[in-house]
Design a protein around this ligand. Structure first.
Ligand SMILES: [Zn+2]
Length: 286
């Protein structure tokens, strides 16, 4: 039912000593004793994972459908993050930006507004439905792998991709090989590997997510592939608008039931306070 399953050692440090952390959807999440990475093993083999990303369906006890939809409300927060990371503008050497795993294209849309028309933008997205949506919104997005695209880039971004990677170090090394000297690298992922299992955001979305890191682990991976970390920026993972709380309120009012509203509000307040979403800016040395 899970396609071909494989056992792996820690994909960051190679150690195979682990402690159990959690389980979900028929998969185990373990914590590496060597580097604290949380990772799934046994896991679907790389071909199964690649096919799952193509169609946005991940098989477990239940099949996860993860295609989602275009979210225009994400563009403004991305613009604020670009200003935090890069100040008022991109470095003048930044002419060609590649966004890997660009999803529905919200970040590319923010980049276009931030960088203007002089920077060429390209997105790669394995999910054909997402890629097609991007092209209908005027973005240059293709459903191919990095190896199928020519040339080098002055910047590469990897947002909400790291947790899905079978081999994070190998994949980012492949990105670095395509960066111009002095090129920019921007990676976003959760900073959650140090949380106790009871405090980790749920659902874990196993096996769509294969690993969860922290700042120390990501810095280690970036350094190993020859990148220099420039800055790290932390944000709340919860939306500023408590959408989930509002929905729970509507449902609870229909039932004349108050406790779920209080619980949902408490969860949202806790999430807003935790800055577990991180953006790491790095650079390939000249
Ligand atoms: Zn490890």
């Amino acid at each position: 039912m899970h396609g071909t399953m494989i056992d792996v050692a820690c994909p960051v440090c190679g150690a195979d000593a682990t402690d159990p952390y959690s389980e979900e959807n028929g998969f185990l999440l373990l914590r590496c004793r060597g580097c604290d990475l949380l990772y799934v093993t046994p896991r679907p083999d790389p071909d199964t994972t690649a096919a799952a990303h193509q169609y946005g369906l991940h098989e477990g006890d239940a099949t996860l459908a993860v295609t989602g939809r275009y979210r225009p409300d994400r563009v403004e927060p991305y613009l604020r993050i670009l200003r935090d990371v890069h100040g008022s503008s991109l470095p003048p050497t930044c002419r060609r930006w590649l966004d890997l795993g660009c999803g529905h294209g919200e970040f590319l849309t923010a980049l276009r507004r931030f960088a203007g028309d002089d920077v060429s933008l390209l997105g790669l997205e394995p999910n054909a439905t997402k890629a097609h949506g991007c092209t209908t919104r005027g973005l240059d997005v293709r459903s191919v792998t990095l190896g199928e695209v020519d040339g080098s880039f002055s910047a590469i971004s990897l947002l909400n991709v790291f947790s899905h990677l079978q081999d994070p170090t190998g994949f980012i090394a492949e990105c670095v090989a395509r960066l111009e000297p002095g090129g920019e690298f921007l990676l976003e992922t959760g900073d959650t590997a140090d949380l106790a299992a009871a405090d980790h955001p749920r659902p874990l979305f196993l096996p769509d997510h294969l690993l969860f890191a922290n700042e120390r682990i990501v810095r280690r991976v970036l350094t190993e592939v020859g990148l220099q970390v420039v800055s790290v920026h932390h944000y709340s993972a919860a939306s500023a608008v408590p959408v989930q709380v509002i929905r729970e309120c509507q449902r609870a009012l229909q039932r004349r039931d108050v406790p779920p509203v209080l619980a949902a509000t408490r969860r949202w307040v806790r999430e807003r306070r935790r800055r577990i979403d991180m953006y790491i800016r790095a650079r390939r040395p000249d």
